[in-house]
Design a protein around this ligand. Structure first.
Ligand SMILES: [Cu+2]
Length: 114
């Protein structure tokens, strides 16, 4: 019986592909990343799952955000400096606004309980 040694060749064929497409990246919006201040916020709505005031992080289960092409999901968000999350707790229903930072991650810039 003959063993085909294709495995090695295949290994090298696959490498450079899975780079640019993270689930939260969005094509067609390449106006540069220096303008975070001027960006309008992207509105969203969701439910708080956890609050980490020390890390300034909120875990949210958010509804789909069409403007970003995001499906509904549960994820952690950084919270903008100056936004008070001390009264926020798990189970709160919230409206929020996101802005994209220079690192391409979205930060919550405003958040209100419903
Ligand atoms: Cu998400």
């Amino acid at each position: 019986m003959k063993i085909l040694s294709l495995a090695v060749a295949l290994t090298f064929a696959v490498l450079p592909v899975a780079f640019a497409q993270s689930s939260h990246s969005m094509g067609g919006h390449d106006m540069g990343t220096h303008m975070a201040e001027a960006q309008p916020g992207v509105p969203g709505t969701g439910t708080v799952d956890a609050v980490n005031a020390a890390l300034r992080q909120v875990k949210l289960t958010h509804a789909p955000i069409k403007a970003l092409g995001w499906p509904a999901m549960t994820m952690d968000f950084a919270v903008a400096a100056g936004l008070d999350i001390s009264k926020l707790k798990a189970g709160d229903k919230v409206d929020f606004e996101l802005v994209r930072g220079a690192d391409n991650l979205y930060t919550i810039k405003s958040l209100t309980k419903k």
